[in-house]
Design a protein around this ligand. Structure first.
Ligand code: TYD
Ligand code: MG
Length: 454
């Protein structure tokens, strides 16, 4: 019999290759390839067209199959989930270490347990004592959550099989779990995948809402939860800057609902507090307008959020390569905007350092923020503040045109409600129904004229 071929699995993206390489050919991460147990290969001689069991086919309109959601009682968590937990589903909760995943899930677990449902929280990272201490700090000690510190999936599933089936099960984290039927240390792709498979199967068979915590890390020793994304029903990401108090819970994939609603929390001394009205959170709240600061009316699901964008430009005397540093926005998009400002508007950033920051630790990915970023950059370069109480909205094309974006009207109306007086955006009359004094800017060059004449 032929010797089974060795195979190597990238710990970052899960791709398989048949020889070891320093860099993964798929995701270009370095030193992430690890030898894995050889795959069982079926010979084509096996005839798969007979001898199987019958599969039941049903009609698409079969009634009574709609998932009944279980609210956790943490309204922001339920909102991000699209209405609550779905029994028999698996949720992957990703996020940087220390961002507050364990805190959030312990709070949600306590809420569900206080509601009279059976809840189990298994921690593979902390001892039970540590979790109890956290619960005491959060004022949750009296919640009837069943708590265990364990890492063996066989032990966990055996124990769960002997007790009342939990409605809600938290595994914190999947990278610490291991199964004795799989080779490799905890955290390797095969272990993570195998353990997740067993736990998800248990959840589906028993109607349990399962949350797997997964650390996002670039470290090659721990499998990034990317390999799990296709195995679970919902992928959530808990985001924020550790130095800021605000945290955003976002669904990146949701088989049961939309992915556009976010949950907003604030990390306080007694745990995470829900923020019901986040619209003004990401503004610095200063009275005097400052050069380099522009406000962007973002839309998160159905809720508008005003976000301050800050730019700082430092002229360099020497011929050193100028730095471009960005926090909360895509650096490639910044490079593109700088290039458009240079080539279409004749501004020069080439001998200047450019720093861009989105206030409050918010991460922006909406191209509708292009105009606000450009306004902050031009204002910083000219050292002139933008018009007082103004918002900026529009996507910028490579040709330097300002393009209309989704929900322009709603965003402008909401900004007006929150006390803003002027709106700048694409030269599209559709955006002009709010109480704001609206000014259309067809080209980025119009923005430059507008800032210079302020
Ligand atoms: P944690 O939930 O342990 O993060 P994760 O599970 O994502 O790694 O939270 C870590 C941070 O949260 C910790 O550095 C301290 C902070 N924190 C508070 O500010 N207030 C609190 O009440 C708690 C429990 C944690
Ligand atoms: Mg944790």
């Amino acid at each position: 019999m032929a010797k089974p071929k060795k195979r190597y699995i990238c710990q970052a993206c899960g791709s398989v290759s048949h020889r070891w390489q320093g860099q993964c050919a798929d995701c270009a991460e370095w030193n992430t390839l690890v030898e894995d147990a050889p795959a069982t290969v079926f010979s084509l001689k096996h005839d798969l067209s007979s001898g199987g069991r019958a599969v039941e086919f049903v009609d698409l309109d079969k009634p009574g199959e709609m998932p009944i959601r279980q609210k956790t009682g943490l309204a922001e968590f339920d909102r991000a989930l699209g209405g609550g937990l779905v029994p028999g589903s698996a949720i992957l909760m990703g996020g940087d270490p220390g961002i507050g995943k364990s805190t959030l899930l312990l709070q949600a677990a306590a809420k569900v347990a206080r509601d009279g449902h059976s809840v189990a929280y298994v921690s593979g990272e902390e001892a039970s004592g540590q979790v109890r201490m956290r619960a005491a700090r959060l004022g949750l000690s009296d919640a009837p959550v069943k708590l265990a510190a364990a890492t063996g999936v066989r032990d966990i599933l055996t124990t769960l099989g002997q007790m009342e089936t939990p409605k809600f099960l938290v595994i914190d984290s999947i990278q610490t779990m291991h199964s004795d039927t799989i080779e490799g240390a905890p955290g390797t792709v095969s272990q993570v995948r195998g353990c997740a498979f067993e736990l998800i199967r248990y959840a589906k068979e028993n109607g349990v809402a399962l949350v797997l915590v997964g650390h996002v890390t670039k470290d090659g020793n721990i499998a990034g939860p990317r390999v799990l994304e296709h195995m679970v029903d919902v992928v959530m990401s808990f985001e924020g800057e550790r130095s800021h108090q605000y945290r955003i819970l976002r669904a990146l994939k949701n088989r049961f609902g939309a992915v556009d609603e976010i949950g907003v929390f604030s990390m306080e001394g007694e745990g995470l507090e829900e923020v019901e009205n986040p619209s003004m959170l990401f503004l610095s709240g200063r009275e005097q307008p400052m050069a380099g600061s522009a406000v962007f009316p973002a839309m998160e699901g159905t809720r508008p959020v005003l976000i301050e964008i800050q730019a700082l430009i430092v002229r360099l005397q020497s011929g050193a390569t100028p730095r471009r540093a960005v926090v909360g926005w895509d650096s490639g998009r910044l490079a593109m905007l700088l290039a458009v400002l240079e080539s279409r508007c004749g501004l020069s950033f080439s001998s200047a350092e450019v720093y861009l920051n989105v206030a409050g630790g918010y991460r922006l990915s909406d191209p509708a923020a292009d105009l606000a970023v450009a306004a902050a950059l031009v204002s910083a370069l000219a050292d002139k503040p933008l018009p007082d109480r103004s918002v900026w909205l529009g996507e910028v094309s490579l040709a330097g045109e300002v393009r209309p974006v989704a929900h322009g009207n709603v965003r402008m109306r909401e900004a007006a409600k929150l006390g803003f007086e002027r709106g700048y955006g694409p030269a599209d009359p559709k955006n002009n129904t709010s109480k704001l004094r609206y000014e259309g800017l067809a080209q980025l060059a119009n923005l430059v004229d507008r800032v210079m004449s302020n």
